[in-house]
Design a binder for this molecule. Sequence first.
Ligand code: 5AD
Ligand code: SF4
Length: 439
Amino acid sequence: MASEKTFYLETFGCQMNAHDSEKVIGTLLQQGYRQVESEEDAGLILYNTCSVRDKAEQRVYNRLNDHKYAHRAGKRFGVLGCVAQQEGERIFERAPFVSLVSGSASYRKLPEMLARLEAGEKHITGLDDQQTDQTFETEFAARLSPYRGYITIIEGCDKFCSYCVVPYTRGKERSRSSSSVLDEARRIAELGFTEIQLLGQNVNSYRDPEGKCSFAELLTAVGELPGIRRVRFTTSHPRDFTRDIVEAIDRVPTLCDHVHLPVQSGSARVLEAMAREYTPEWYLEQIGWIKAARRHISLTTDIIVGFPGEGETDFYQTLDLLDKVQFDGVFAFKYSARPNTPALTMADSVPEEEKSRRLQVLLERQREIQRANYSKQIGEVLEVMVEGTNPARGQIAGRSSQNKPVNFTWPQPIAPAPGTYISVKITKAYPNSLVGEAV
Ligand code: 5AD
Ligand code: SF4
């Protein structure tokens, strides 16, 4: 390897992965590496991967394939994250030039693995085969945004939904102590971050190992730290969604008025086959609490269409649920059979074209719901956190507390800096964004 140690890191998948990458980058910088912007300039090329759907997994192999001769120039490759944990040493068979394969539960050992890599070892693995109960915390986490800080409060998952790889790729559920979460939150608040996002596969399943506070109490404590203006949390699981979370949002103004609560399906039969352990009625009851709040809390969800055995009636029940809840956003996916999961043994009975058709129908229905929801906000004045500019339209781009994209005009020649908060009067609405003017 060249005397200067350089690396390139690309991230696929969810916010947990994005934040893991921040920790990995921090660790590499600490080890004397310098981050570069392209594969061409890097001595070490890392992909932090996602295996939640087959498509995400294939993207990584395509990526590796694009660079399959680069190792001849002395470049090293590492596969991190969920595909690494899931595929393990099979990655070396498919892509022999890869030198490092590590799942997220082994990132604590990165400094040691990097040293072995530098010593010329060809195939190094960091795979969690003993179901670690440790979390990966590092005070060196690089912060990719200067105003939004991510904090992992719980890792892994014990829910074992029948379609999902996460329990196999990220191991068993383990929470961080509330004092270590609050220490980190306080530290980044002192550095000038004003928004904190608490992360976890099931963030609201949080259980303080010190027994000091519940999830809602932790939210409140973070929201009351000096300097913090926004607190978000993702992703919540309906099984563990408790009423005190809604009460906390109502009481603490810094807690954002947005809940992402994946429902997956509106059919009791499909939910049972998915092992979600709730019924549509149970879910709607929780939605009822959220809608009864004093603040207008925005709701978003995830849906899977074409799960094994999903019939027309089941699908209509999902559409019906969308009508009842009136979400502000839906992430919808076609079911994708995944290795190791219980659903793999069920016949993947819905043909691909039918999955695509259902997805299309669902997204169209949802678009109309959002068109109506978003247009109700015309005339409101919202606090928007600036994220950047949209030079094509001459507008400033940001997000409301409800996490809706807001583009707005700004009367002065110099644009407000990212991270500043501006009051914006909404003048126009699209199904996925709002438009307004600074007031
Ligand atoms: N197929 C399709 N979508 C899936 N998701 C998780 N596993 C699968 C799968 N096997 C979706 C769920 C989850 C989101 C992150 O990804 O909707 O909430
Ligand atoms: Fe993808 Fe799930 Fe892993 Fe996140 S935890 S990267 S969504 S497989």
